[in-house]
Design a protein. Structure first.
Length: 431
């Protein structure tokens, strides 16, 4: 599963009386304002000072990292910059955020994109994304034939979006670009986890509307739940698993009791997994023709209260529709019988992406050769992870707006900016 963890320091506004205090408050507030946002691709187990997200949450460290995008740093200026934080130079080296240079200086050693980097990638990727979309459009008839095997004709445009924009371009594209050597593999870290750290300098002001490069997944033992959409669609209030996100806020008051808070979080996680599995059993049953309350009561191995509750939730968020004749699925739902359809869509998509990448990777690399990571001696394969996200995001947007498949940003769409997918957990591999 591709998971983004965001860690940003909240600004603190100190209130006081008098002009002098207010001016000082403004200065302190500006000084504490985050300069970068940090995410992780992969999964991370470490915490505290072993977690690069936490280390990079300190604004003095952020300021130091931004300076490192411009030039090598000396030991003295690093230590001076971070002296008011619990972070040390040794910690920055251990987490591989900095590396030693051959002249007793230190250079940036992870992916931090400046505002100018981000704007350049955005501009170049928009053009190449259109080219990638054209490569898919050339195979429109083949995709239509494959997806025509799905029995619910009304849901085929949404299903095509899920399989191409989500499972193929996003999940499959990340695997493919790694296999071809274009994208660096997430390394395993001694502190725990397999991940890549990447940061963006704030302030680029890029329009991400319709860039369908984000996914959320709740894995289940039988069926899994995903949503694919743009960043502006989060939180996806009518999508699974996002509909359960409110559980964290429900226990916020217990943070002052760490033992109770930790126990509650563990219990809520178990309840969440149980609810996901209940939802999966219900969706699978309806997708396979068990469609009335009476038949579901006989076939679903759930206590009555849980069965009624999950059917009510699925109906409320539109995953099931309650008709005069019984329940029908309201979003694309893939069961084991749909494996040939899924495999054919992913294979055709992989072939298209492979040909396109072999033709376009070198020109993209050449056009982006002056980005700050390369000036710091980092490989383009590290940068390409982010470049690919923008490229397939623009491609997914172009395909949606041209009517190739469903457009999540079309007026009146219930799921604004995203498309849900329910899928048998054995059918797809999420990243």
């Amino acid at each position: 599963m591709r998971i983004h963890f965001e860690w940003m320091v909240a600004s603190i506004l100190l209130l006081g009386s008098g002009h002098t205090v207010q001016a000082q408050s403004s200065a302190e507030n500006a000084a504490s304002k985050p300069l970068i946002s940090t995410s992780v691709t992969g999964f991370i187990k470490a915490s505290g000072l072993d977690d690069p997200q936490y280390v990079l949450s300190f604004v003095p460290v952020q300021r130091l990292m931004l300076e490192a995008t411009r030039r090598p740093l000396t030991r003295e200026e690093i230590q001076k910059a971070i002296q008011e934080t619990p972070v040390t130079l040794d910690r920055l080296l251990q987490l591989e955020l900095l590396r030693t240079n051959d002249k007793d200086t230190y250079r940036l050693n992870y992916l931090l994109l400046t505002v100018e980097d981000r704007r350049t990638i955005y501009r170049v990727s928009a053009r190449y994304g259109q080219s990638l979309a054209d490569a898919f459009r050339a195979h429109r008839a083949e995709f239509d034939e494959i997806v025509s095997r799905y029995p619910n004709a009304a849901l085929r445009p949404q299903l095509m979006f899920d399989l191409i924009a989500g499972a193929a371009l996003n999940w499959g594209g990340l695997d493919l670009t790694t296999e071809l050597g274009y994208r660096v593999q997430e390394p395993r870290h001694a502190t725990g986890g397999v991940y890549l750290v990447h940061s963006d300098e704030l302030g680029a002001q890029l329009d991400s509307t319709g860039l369908y490069l984000d996914s959320e997944t709740g894995p289940g033992s039988k069926m899994s739940f995903s949503t694919f959409g743009d960043g502006l669609s989060s939180p996806r209030l009518q999508g699974l698993p996002d509909v359960f996100d409110g559980l964290d806020s429900a226990i916020e008051d217990w943070r002052k009791l760490p033992d109770v808070y930790g126990a509650l979080r563990s219990e809520y996680l178990q309840l969440l997994l149980l609810a996901i599995d209940d939802a999966g059993q219900a969706m699978n049953a309806v997708a396979n023709g068990t469609d009335t309350d009476a038949t579901l009561a006989k076939t679903l191995p759930l206590p009555e209260g849980r069965r009624i509750a999950i059917l009510r939730l699925l109906t409320a968020i539109g995953y099931l529709r309650d008709t005069d004749h019984g329940y029908v699925v309201g979003v694309p739902a893939l069961t084991e019988r749909d494996k040939p359809l899924v495999d054919a869509t992913l294979k055709l998509s992989r072939d298209i992406m492979t040909d396109w990448l072999r033709q376009n990777y070198a020109p993209v690399k050449n056009e982006l050769s002056e980005l700050s990571p390369m000036r710091n001696g980092l490989p383009f394969s590290l940068v390409f992870s982010e470049v690919w996200h923008y490229e397939f995001g623009f491609a997914a947007k172009s395909l949606a707006e041209s009517g190739f498949y469903a457009n999540p940003r079309a007026p009146g769409n219930r799921y604004e900016g995203y498309v849900p997918l329910v899928w048998a957990s054995s059918l797809l591999k999420s990243d």
